[in-house]
Design a protein around this ligand. Structure first.
Ligand code: NDP
Ligand code: 8X3
Length: 250
């Protein structure tokens, strides 16, 4: 069945790979992010390569009014089947007592409040479709908190908790909720976390083969394409060299 899939944070990393995977298998898309030029160019490439419909929505998930203006009961979301809440980030890696409070606010506003705003704004479209699927991107950081992970880990623990609760509350609407928790993956994530410090960002992935964005996209795509009566609730996935937040074999 041809689905309509909304992916937040589709301008790079997991979100971009997820959009590419759904487009390549004939599904229509709504893609979002803040970087308009990147999104427009990507959307056009998907239309040309795969002949699918792609709508671009540019907004910051931290801005509640902008989220609702873009998504709430929007005609582009008619017959929406899947929402992938992927937009997110880590900022800094500091001991708690040295943490940058602006960074904390941005992580909480993006990873938690942004996910909540987007989901609340999109749900009427899923509910009116009589079924649907919300797929949240968590992290191994939400499974085990690690040194200097503090607030980022807290946001991803929050994503895990809200996913469990959403699944219960949305049973009555036949909406599936899946949370996918990846371990270390080479995307723009570390460049963002370390604020453009390329050397430090690269060092995160040295000496082993981390997950690639396409690995996460394959998993999300698999979860979204199961029979209507089957829901994968939670997936924790790491590269073969990683066991969890603490153990990485180089
Ligand atoms: P990237 O930095 O490559 O991609 C992040 C995406 O999120 C971008 O498209 C960015 O778009 C979007 N985004 C960030 N902030 C906002 C905002 N305020 N409003 C709208 N969009 C925003 O990183 P990843 O692909 O790795 O990260 C995707 C998700 O996966 C995040 O939630 C991250 O926490 C999680 N994750 C990452 C792991 C990793 O090791 N890479 C492992 C586990 C989880 P734009 O800048 O255009 O707005
Ligand atoms: C990203 C993975 O280990 O940097 O969520 O927290 S980690």
């Amino acid at each position: 069945m041809r689905k309509k899939v909304l992916v937040t944070g589709a301008s790079s990393g997991f979100g971009k790979a997820i959009a590419e995977k759904f487009a390549a298998t004939g599904h229509d898309l709504v893609i979002t992010g803040r970087r308009a030029e990147r999104l427009e160019a990507f959307a056009e490439a998907l239309r040309q390569s795969h002949g699918v419909n792609v709508v671009v929505k540019v907004f910051d998930v931290q801005q509640r009014d902008a989220v609702f203006a873009a998504l709430y009961q929007d005609p582009a979301l008619e017959n929406l089947d899947v929402l992938v809440n992927n937009a997110g980030l880590a900022l800094g890696r500091d001991h708690f007592d040295e943490g940058n409070i602006d960074d904390w606010e941005t992580m909480i506003d993006t990873n938690l409040k942004g996910l909540l705003y987007v989901t609340r704004a999109v749900l009427p479209s899923l509910i009116s479709n009589g079924k649907g699927h919300v797929i949240n991107i968590g992290s191994t950081a939400g499974k085990e908190a690690y040194e200097k992970g503090n607030v980022y880990c807290a946001t991803k623990t929050g994503v895990d908790a809200i996913s469990q609760s959403m699944r219960i509350d949305l049973l009555k609407h036949r909406i599936k909720v899946t949370v996918v928790h990846p371990g270390a993956a080479e995307t723009e994530f570390s460049m963002v976390r370390f604020k453009g410090d390329e050397k430090t960002a690269k060092s995160v992935y040295e000496g082993y083969k981390p997950l690639q964005a396409e690995d996460v996209a394959d998993t999300v795509h698999y979860c979204a394409n199961l029979p209507e009566h089957v829901c994968i609730n939670s997936v924790v996935m790491t590269c073969t060299s990683q066991a969890n937040s603490f153990y990485l074999y180089k």
